[in-house]
Design a protein around this ligand. Sequence first.
Ligand SMILES: [Zn+2]
Length: 194
Amino acid sequence: MFWEDKIAVMPRWFLGPALLLLRPVNVTNPLSPGAKVGLTVLLAVYGFIILGSPDSFRIIDNVDLAIHETGHLIFGPFGEFLGFLGGTLFQVIVPLTFFGYFLRQGDRHAASVLLWWVAQNCWNISVYVKDARSQELPLVDGEHDWTYLLYELDLLEHDQAIGQAIYVIGITLFAASIGWGLWSARAKPAVKEK
Ligand SMILES: [Zn+2]
């Protein structure tokens, strides 16, 4: 009975977000359509530069790093494994939270920018994962998170493949964010429903 209830709710649960993504309505974004296109084009160019050399440290990686360290503090009390994972986890949770917020606001273009940031975080994370065995990156928080995590999971020898998968997920999200950003830029402010 429990699962029947769950399945009955699923289509609505699934269709709701899907419809939100597809309806080009824009409620709150103050940017003009031209400015939105401009911003998305800039993010496309910046994204292409980053994905060409994700291991070069850029200004935005400083922001990711601050969020990463906060994640360790937040997840630290939930045991050693989650404490180590928390840094990386929070790098995805923070942009996804804002992504969800803008989506709920009906601001699809802003949400596309946040999706771009999720993609950029994937590239940042992929570099760290691929470094698990070689440990060449300078660390600010002592032990290497991904050496520990992959060792615990018995996956250390697959660090390159796992890192590459996260990098490719980043490319997919990046392409989606740019396509969606350009598409949603044309949205006109919605007429307020009474
Ligand atoms: Zn860390």
